[in-house]
Design a protein around this ligand. Structure first.
Ligand SMILES: Nc1ncnc2c1ncn2[C@@H]1O[C@H](COP(=O)(O)OP(=O)(O)OP(=O)(O)O)[C@@H](O)[C@H]1O
Ligand SMILES: [Mg+2]
Length: 310
């Protein structure tokens, strides 16, 4: 399908310093959601676990790491040499594998490690895309800094369970440093709730706490919340974003994360339109998030943990 192309892409890093909260799922499924809205998308898998590459069925194409972020780092290769097309029309991926972890350590203390993303993305081919999504590892490493240094936006997935703000608190320490040095215009798009169990009392309790604290701190809580669904694991196993996974099945489920990601992609597009030309955004005080996290520790919900009612 011929897509209408905007002048330059919106670059969005998906990050939080908490593992397993749905960063990769959000990246892959949003990419498909944006593509279904006629946007051309590049996914940069900056996590050496390579989960996004794997989900797109692109892991095999990263032969000897020559088509991966590692080659970008060590050889200065850029988008045209590194991208791989996926089974989703209008979505390309630049993959990663474990070699990135070894490679980045070789540059310890050198500027290159904070510039990996710029080294890879800064070329005219970047402008072929409407949106570039960067999936990150949960650690606070130079790769994350390199992503934030070169992004317009960051988006934070949050799971409605104990210590929901912990990952955000750590992330904000890096964001504060990035904004004060390399990238003052970096913009916090907001928080996306992931793996939400609608009928779980504890999830709803935590959600109330998250709503209260995000509202008080001026953090955007972007709807819809992504519901927990068994089909996510199957879709990942089938190396297909969930929207595709369902469209390939005889019965289309209407009550699933599939439609959540699509709506989220639509909502985010309106956010992007409104914010890109906006004023610089004040950075959230990590100390304040630490307090939020303390308050949202959720000890009072601990008893309800064992009693999910599905
Ligand atoms: N909406 C959902 N419903 C059910 N399971 C989900 C959903 N989203 C993600 N998951 C599952 O949660 C697990 C963690 O998801 P994912 O890999 O996206 O997290 P992550 O934050 O990228 O993890 P890591 O920190 O290791 O990179 C996976 O098994 C995934 O299938
Ligand atoms: Mg991941």
């Amino acid at each position: 399908m011929e897509t209408k192309k905007s002048a330059s892409p919106s670059i969005i890093t998906i990050a939080t310093q908490k593992g397993g909260v749905g960063k990769t799922s959000l990246t892959v499924n949003l990419a498909e959601g944006f593509a279904s809205l006629d946007k051309k998308v590049l996914v940069l898998d900056l996590d050496y676990q390579g989960d996004a590459s794997d989900w797109f069925g692109a892991a095999d194409a990263i032969e000897d790491s020559r088509r991966s972020t590692t080659w970008g780092l060590v050889k200065g290769k850029k988008i045209p040499d590194l991208r791989v097309s996926t089974n989703i029309p209008n979505v390309d991926v630049i993959g990663s594998d474990l070699s990135l972890n070894y490679a980045i350590q070789k540059y310890n203390g050198q500027q290159e490690q904070f510039n990996v993303v710029k080294r890879i993305l800064e070329c005219k081919e970047k402008d072929e895309y409407d949106i570039i999504l960067i999936d990150t590892h949960p650690s606070l490493d130079p790769l994350l800094t390199s992503a934030l240094n070169y992004s317009h936006y960051y988006l934070v997935p949050m799971f409605p369970e104990k210590h929901p703000f912990k990952g955000l608190e750590y992330l904000m320490r890096i964001v504060a440093s990035v904004k004060s040095t390399q990238n003052p215009m970096l913009f916090f798009l907001g928080v996306v709730i992931t793996k939400y169990k609608k009928k779980s009392k504890s999830h709803n309790d935590y959600l109330e706490v998250i709503k209260e604290h995000t509202r008080d701190s001026g953090i955007e809580l972007i709807e819809p919340f992504i519901r927990d669904t068994d089909a996510m694991a199957s879709a990942a196993g089938a190396q297909t974003p969930i929207g595709r996974y369902f469209s390939d099945l005889p019965v289309k489920s209407k009550d699933n994360a599939d439609s959540d990601y699509k709506k989220l992609a639509e909502n985010l597009l309106t956010h992007l339109k409104g914010r890109r030309m906006g004023r610089p955004q004040k950075v959230l005080d990590p100390a304040r998030i630490k307090v939020m996290n303390e308050k949202a520790r959720g000890d009072e919900f601990a008893d309800s943990f064992g009693s999910f009612c599905f």
